[in-house]
Design a protein around this ligand. Structure first.
Ligand code: NAD
Length: 469
């Protein structure tokens, strides 16, 4: 834990294991609510000096941190790959993406501006300023533990806020080392703190702390609701990046080869454990057989194995036994309700946590696999007659994070995308994430945006000044 500039290794040991084979990767020490409060106290003390530090100086420290992340990328990626069961190239990409967030917001730190409004009353002037909102609780999941934490703390620190981070116990090691890059880069004590420990106990302590003004949470919609309820007690601003139920729509004029390549990325990246994953394939009649046939063939050819193996496999393990059980029960429920498995079944490793990559057809719309976030390498495939039916199916969900549409007719795809109820839409693009892009959801996928100018604004308050001359 990092509290008030001190790295601490007291507390109860908690072992972190490799999802590929169960071997020990390392350990963290679990703290308590008292540690969370001490971290928030430190962040509260550090707030005035940090928020008053010239933006240029804040930016320089963040740039130095980004440089250290890049310098240490190989070690960080290795640790991340082991603890989260990632394929090494994906772990490397995540570390590079984390550094990019820090760099982008360091550059952006110097740009936020207010406005001077033309005055309408004689003897008065009106202006708005943007100022740092206060102490931020940054609570993050295990699926992209480094880049998701980076895209919270980079804009928060750039804006002049101070932070207490709590990270998932399932993959806490690489992100701890990522945070070390900030202290090694010269971030003043107390500006960034890190606590490990029981989720509910630590986040409640943070949300009850009088200095915490923002809770920036990424995780499931279920836990997001709890956080929002707790945040309401002290009217803490909730920034929520929650679950997704991404529709991947293939219209009948799509470039099928490109759509299949996109589908493999959108479904199987990070073994399907991505909030923007393709969750449901919705394919128009005219290209259904060709698209689904190709996708099944390619899925059956995907190799499965430890993400550190050479050659690198196409799919790794899932995070833990709970995930194996959750995905398998969705698939089994759909099969029992009359769905058919299109992909082959293969022998899975006995040690570690593995799930069959699976595509199913004839899944009832009411079965969990057809209407809930899967968060694993399985998906339902639906055949539709036209774009209107595709749209109805795509929007038939309470979630609205990412969606995808594939068509060679950009005008048609554009119009379709305009009616998709999502915060992020990939038009002929399976990888829409970028530091300069405002990412976030609509409906029950969350509140607020991360990345881009908007991502910085979330950590500021507008302060309006009326000045009598
Ligand atoms: P989760 O909701 O179970 O956990 C998220 C974090 O909250 C973890 O650190 C966990 O320890 C903590 N937590 C769990 N119970 C809590 C409680 N009662 N009070 C406070 N904190 C609690 O989610 P997960 O399994 O870690 O991550 C997967 C989910 O996150 C998926 O639903 C996925 O879609 C979502 N996600 C969303 C985005 C996005 O940008 N919208 C990105 C990544 C993941």
């Amino acid at each position: 834990m990092l509290i008030d500039g001190e790295w601490r290794a007291d507390g109860t040991p908690y072992e972190v294991t490799d999802p590929a084979d169960g071997s020990l990767v390392g350990e963290v020490r679990f703290g308590t609510a008292d540690d969370a409060r001490a971290a928030a106290d430190a962040a509260a003390r550090a707030f005035a000096p940090w928020s008053e530090t010239p933006a240029r100086q804040r930016a320089d420290i963040l740039l130095a941190a980004a440089a250290l992340i890049s310098e240490r990328a190989a070690d960080l990626a290795l640790l991340l790959a082991r603890e989260a069961g990632k394929r090494l190239p994906e772990a490397r990409a995540e570390i590079a993406f984390s550094a990019e967030y820090v760099r982008w917001f360091a550059e952006q730190a110097r740009r936020p501006t207010g406005a001077v409004v033309p005055h309408e009353a004689p003897g008065k002037r009106h202006l708005t300023l943007r100022r740092a909102a206060g102490v931020v609780a940054a609570l993050t999941p295990w699926n992209f533990p480094c880049s998701i934490q980076a895209r919270k703390l980079a804009p928060a620190l750039a804006a002049g806020c101070t932070v207490v981070a709590r990270v998932s116990e399932k993959a806490p090691l690489a992100v701890t080392e990522l945070i070390r890059c900030f202290t090694d880069a010269g971030l003043p004590r107390g500006v960034l703190n890190l606590v490990h420990g029981p989720a509910a106990e630590l986040s409640s302590a943070l949300l009850e702390h009088p200095a915490v003004r923002i809770v920036s949470f990424t995780g499931s919609t279920e836990v997001g609701r709890l956080i929002m309820r707790q945040a309401s007690r002290r009217v803490v601003r909730p920034l929520l990046e929650l679950g997704g139920d991404g529709a991947f729509v293939v219209l009948d004029d799509a470039d099928i080869e490109a759509a299949v390549e996109g589908a493999l990325i959108a479904k199987f990246r990070n073994t399907g454990q991505s909030c923007i994953a393709a969750n449901r394939f919705i394919v128009q009649d005219g290209v259904y057989d060709e698209f689904v046939g190709r996708l099944v063939e390619r899925t059956d050819a995907l190799t499965l194995g430890d993400g550190l193996a050479d050659p690198v496999p196409d799919i790794g393990p899932v995070i833990d036994a709970g995930r194996v059980q959750a995905v398998n029960s969705m698939v089994d429920e759909a099969l029992a309700a009359g769905a058919k498995r299109l992909t082959r079944e293969r022998a899975l490793p006995t040690a570690g946590h593995w799930v069959q990559p699976a595509l199913l057809t004839d899944v009832p719309e009411t079965a969990a696999l057809g209407c809930q976030e899967v968060f694993g390498p399985a998906a339902a495939v639906f055949r539709v007659t036209d774009a209107e039916e595709a749209l109805r199916r795509a929007n038939a969900t309470d979630l609205g994070l990412a969606g995808y549409v594939w068509s060679r007719d950009l005008g048609r795809a554009w119009r379709f995308a305009e009616r998709l109820e999502t915060g992020i839409t990939g038009v002929n693009d399976a990888l829409p994430s970028a530091a300069f892009a405002p990412l976030g959801g609509v409906k029950q996928s969350g509140l607020g945006r991360e990345g881009a100018e908007l991502g910085l604004e979330e950590y500021t308050d507008v302060h309006y000044l009326a000045v009598g001359l």
